[in-house]
Ligand binder design. Structure first.
Ligand code: AMP
Length: 269
């Protein structure tokens, strides 16, 4: 695994290399990231993984500051995976002339996380577009754990870079049901127990949540009893009916976002 810090170097290294798989991450590497990387290695001749904590997409200074960063450990976890390049750009490498304030993305970006995190998905699309321009990948890998992000980025790429394929990868969970996430490194044992109870409760009540709109409020009360600090949303949505072209088959997921102390967690089941 070659580690490259600058875009000119990586562009040079990738010259004439076709069939590139790209896995963008913000580090805090866990088995969720690793499953995306394995998928890329399977499907691509070359795999590039990036670690870049994209300040622009954070709405709270504190969330950005406390975001789990442990580059040494990340490299340890990645080095034996058959990755071709680990790209570690700095802010100027990605944004030499500042952010793109005019980026256009699907209006689904205003819903769910977009309500509590204005401009978050615009920032995600901005950074992904910059990586695309540098790396020119054939496949990009995203996790279904961040389903809203996946759908928005997929739509953005389909319209602007139709020759690139977005590969959606399944959510990897702990045995206790909690989806792996870099932010889990910030959780206490007690938080993890709470998160596990929440996933199990939502899973158990999935059908009820889809059929009875009012039931959501009962469930929210239960979550507060578990010790949740704040709930941003619990929302049943048909994944196949959110962004056109719609697919025929129904595929409901319960999207949810909540805080344990100051740590915001999202998932969908
Ligand atoms: P992040 O570093 O959190 O920006 O995540 C990088 C990529 O890994 C995104 O496409 C995420 O959706 C994906 N990802 C994060 N957690 C998981 C998980 N538990 N299972 C599968 N993919 C995940």
């Amino acid at each position: 695994m070659k580690i490259i810090l600058h875009k000119n170097k990586i562009k040079k290294f990738l010259e004439n290399k076709k069939n590139l798989g790209f896995v963008p991450t913000m580090g805090g590497i866990h088995k969720g990231h690793i499953s995306l990387i394995r998928e890329s290695i399977k499907k691509s001749e070359y795999t590039v993984v990036s670690i870049f904590v994209n300040k622009q997409q954070f709405n709270e200074e504190n969330d950005f500051k406390t975001y789990p960063r442990d580059l040494k450990q990340d490299i340890e976890k990645l080095k034996n995976l058959d990755i071709d390049v680990l790209y570690l750009p700095n802010h100027n490498d990605i944004y030499p002339n500042g952010y793109n304030k005019k980026i256009k993305i699907n209006i689904f970006s205003k819903k769910l996380c977009g309500k509590n995190r204005p401009k978050h998905f615009e920032a995600v699309a901005d950074v992904i577009e910059r990586f695309i321009e540098i790396l020119n990948p054939k496949n990009i890998f995203f996790g279904k754990k961040d389903m809203q992000q996946l759908l928005i980025v997929e739509d953005f790429i389909r319209k602007k870079y139709p020759f690139i394929k977005v590969v959606a990868c399944n959510t990897i969970r702990e045995k206790n049901g909690v989806a792996l996430s870099s932010r889990n490194f910030l959780l206490t044992k007690n938080d993890i127990n709470t998160a596990s109870k929440i996933v199990k409760l939502i899973k158990k009540n999935k059908v009820k949540l889809i059929q009875d709109k009012k039931f959501k409020n009962n469930l929210k009360k239960e979550l507060y009893k578990f010790g949740v600090n704040k709930i941003d949303y619990i929302e049943p949505l048909d994944v196949n009916k959110i962004i056109k072209p719609f697919r025929k088959k129904r595929n409901f997921k319960i999207f949810f976002a909540y805080y344990l102390r100051r740590i915001r967690l999202i998932d969908n089941i």
